[in-house]
Design a protein around this ligand. Structure first.
Ligand code: 1HE
Length: 257
């Protein structure tokens, strides 16, 4: 059963959540397939986009499967989600999310694991775990809370608040809002751009930025200086710096140009 589709646009992998009849609800088999796809993406692509087939990005945890689980099976399942989403967030390459329709519960947790999120105007966001009698288990308390803040996440979980794409952008849950149906193309364009960066720079952005954000200022500045020197002395950096100095590389463009 193909719960996850995998296509390529040049060096960009397109990873599609593919259980539309169940609104891309994520079961145990689904998460294991996503894990295998992440491995393949890392060996074949320089950037990736994750998107949903059907009317919604993802309705979160498969509740029909979850309701039959013991507490131990539940905690093990949560740990698998953490492991697989962790491979996306802190893996080898940049991931972009193309979001539409429901981005709910575990769907929002998956979206929070990628590096840049593009939502179209149909996207809506919710954490209905409180209403379902459960708690987030796919990383939202660590990832989504860091994006929007604990107070807003508390409101969403406690009151069942649903927010639209514009509000999600204001809350830093998403980076871009585009017209209905345009999220995938925009995310692919951004991923294509990111794929042209030095791999070492992307790797440092993915791994160093969130860790430094979790540190105190003094420790963070020390780590930054070490990584700055490590990346700047690479042969690729030398080539790219010389390309600019000899006018072979593009200038920084003004917004909108
Ligand atoms: C599901 C699921 C699901 C849909 N697990 N089967 N997530 C939620 O609490 C969200 C629950 N879902 C919804 O609120 C709605 O389905 C949607 C707003 C996402 C979409 O509505 P709609 O009208 O397009 O679809 P639908 O008619 O509600 O659902 C179509 C089918 O998908 C239906 O099954 P059918 O056999 O009756 O056709 C639904 O039962 C099924 N379906 N969502 C299982 N989530 C690691 S911890 C993470 C914790 C969480 O994610 S909690 C939040 C769970």
């Amino acid at each position: 059963m193909d719960y996850v589709t995998l296509d390529f646009r040049d060096e960009v992998a397109l990873v599609g959540l593919n259980r539309p009849q169940k609104r891309n609800a994520i079961s145990d088999a689904f998460i294991e397939e996503l894990d295998r796809v992440v491995t393949e993406v890392e060996s074949r692509a320089k950037a990736a986009v994750i998107h949903g087939h059907g009317p919604h990005f993802c309705a979160g945890l498969d509740l029909a499967e979850h309701v039959k689980k013991t507490p131990f099976e539940g905690v093990h399942g949560s740990r698998r989600w953490h492991a697989v989403f962790g491979r996306i967030q802190r893996g080898k390459l940049p991931w972009f999310g193309a979001l539409h329709g429901a981005v709910v519960g575990g769907g929002l947790e998956l979206a929070a694991s990628v590096h840049v999120r593009v939502a179209d105007e149909t996207a809506f966001f919710a954490l209905p775990e409180g209403q379902r009698g459960i708690f987030v288990g796919g990383g939202a308390s660590a990832r989504a809370a860091r994006l929007m803040g604990v107070s807003r996440m508390t409101d969403m979980m406690m009151t069942g608040r649903t927010i639209d794409a514009q509000t999600a952008e204001r809350w830093a849950l998403v980076n871009y809002v585009v017209p209905a149906g345009a999220a995938l193309e925009q995310a692919v364009a951004l991923a294509t751009q990111a794929a042209t960066n030095a791999e070492l720079s992307n790797f440092a952005i993915i791994h160093a930025l969130p860790r430094i954000n979790d540190m105190g200022t003094d420790d963070g500045l020390w780590v930054e200086s070490v990584i700055a020197s490590f990346t700047a002395t690479s042969p690729e950096a030398e080539e790219r710096l010389n390309a600019f100095l000899s006018k072979r590389a593009g200038k920084v463009a003004r917004p909108g140009s």
